[in-house]
Design a protein around this ligand. Structure first.
Ligand code: G3I
Length: 380
């Protein structure tokens, strides 16, 4: 057994509790997000899955055409690699934080840009665990505005969603591909189910799971009044989603926002176990954990306030530790893929590589006189 002095020395040397993630060793992950565009240094102390809050969104990565900035997204991906836990890419096709410059392009050019966006993301993150391929497609939520480039409504009414999944699957054969939406646990549930069913019916191999963001479950007052979602209603809707869509569910953006510590703790106690213990749910991601640094419509959802754990957090840690063996409908195994650079072509055939500045995909032809590089971004 380690002596107290030795333990103290190890703590000093390695900085600590970094491996004591709340759900470490459990059958499901309990994840969280970056804060203010950064991975907090205490992230891996608590969480064993990461999503970038904003840094992998198209507008953030490519604010002007062909001017890529992957740094924030890459940092979240690197944190997952270092920590040995899964990374969720959020998101490929969404109607918010879409690059403004896309609007002035022709439909054909928009498609080429979408292809390039996905090519660059796939070249950089070939082994990503989960991808929110399409986000908030339900009418009235935030569907992608340039759907004509992806085939428009088509006969199914959502051909553009189906095509987005086809395009993602071509690039990520092994990632869990997810149709994610805003509070689809409460609002427009049937509309969401209809879209998910269309994608699955088009080709069951292109979609792996559905994502339920789980914002707005808290009781709210003011402009939008909303009673807290009941445990019974949550149980019912998870079963309905499973029965009707027949795909595993991720809770992707949970934020129980209460100024009162007692109210937040009560909400966590009522709702979190329904998600964690649901046989339909494959993992839970909380949307922020530091009070005062969460998005403006869930400003009281933080779990750490003034450096101290709020009661809900104290309870959450104990609860998850007491329930490590819950049923998971879609266990994640590390995605192992040979990087595209190495997998395509032999020495004498062209291979694909990311350009040095990270902005283009290039075909590299080895010749006697050296390598010849051709930009093939968007050509497929
Ligand atoms: O980075 C700029 C900064 O330079 C500028 O000074 C400042 C002025 O407003 O804005 C900053 O950008 C803000 C960005 O967050 C980073 O803080 C944007 O205005 C703001 O709109 C953006 O909000 C994000 C929101 O998505 C945008 O739709 C929230 O942080 C983020 O939590 C939220 O996340 C979404 C999920 O992606 C999808 N589901 C809903 C969820 C909550 O809305």
């Amino acid at each position: 057994m380690k002596s107290a002095a030795l333990s103290a020395a190890i703590l000093l040397a390695f900085g600590s509790t970094a491996d004591a993630q709340i759900a470490k060793g459990a059958t499901k992950f309990l994840g969280n997000i970056t804060h203010q565009s950064k991975v907090r240094t205490d992230f891996a102390t608590y969480w064993n899955q990461i999503t970038a809050e904003n840094e992998c969104k198209w507008e953030v990565v490519e604010p002007s055409r062909d001017n890529m900035n992957w740094s924030g997204c890459q940092a979240a991906y690197d944190a997952a690699k270092t920590g040995g836990f899964p990374f969720r890419f959020h998101t490929l096709i969404w109607g918010s934080q879409v690059p403004g410059w896309l609007a002035s392009l022709s439909t054909a050019e928009q498609l080429a840009e979408i292809e390039e966006w996905m090519d660059l993301a796939a070249a950089r993150f070939p082994d990503v665990a989960m991808i929110d391929v399409v986000n908030e497609a339900v009418t009235g939520h935030a569907p992608f505005p340039h759907i004509a480039a992806l085939g428009g409504a088509g006969t199914s009414g959502h051909e553009w969603v189906i095509e987005s999944f086809r395009m993602a699957r071509k690039r990520w054969p092994k990632a869990k591909l997810v149709l994610n939406d805003y509070n689809n646990l409460r609002w427009n549930v049937d509309d969401f189910i209809a879209i998910a069913k269309k994608v699955k019916a088009a080709d069951p191999k292109i979609i792996d799971a559905i994502g339920c963001q789980a914002h707005d479950l808290s009781a709210t007052t003011g402009q939008y009044t909303n009673p807290e979602m009941t445990a019974g209603a949550l149980t019912t809707v998870l079963k309905k989603l499973n029965d009707q869509v027949g795909l595993p569910i991720y809770i992707t953006e949970l934020d129980l926002s209460y100024e009162s510590d007692a109210a937040q703790e009560a909400a966590y106690k009522a709702l979190f176990p329904i998600m964690w213990e649901s046989p339909y749910v494959a993992g839970v991601t909380i949307w922020g954990y530091v009070y005062g640094q969460t998005w403006n419509q869930a400003q009281y959802s933080g779990l750490i306030k003034n450096g101290a754990d709020r009661p809900a957090f104290t309870w959450l840690k104990q609860y998850v530790a007491s329930k490590p063996n819950v049923t998971n409908p879609l266990p994640l195994t590390p995605v192992s893929v040979t990087p595209r650079q190495a997998s395509i072509g032999s020495a004498k055939e062209p291979r694909l590589e990311l350009s040095k500045d990270g902005n283009r995909v290039e075909a590299v032809f080895e010749r006697d006189g050296g390598a010849v590089r051709t930009d093939v971004s968007g050509k497929r």
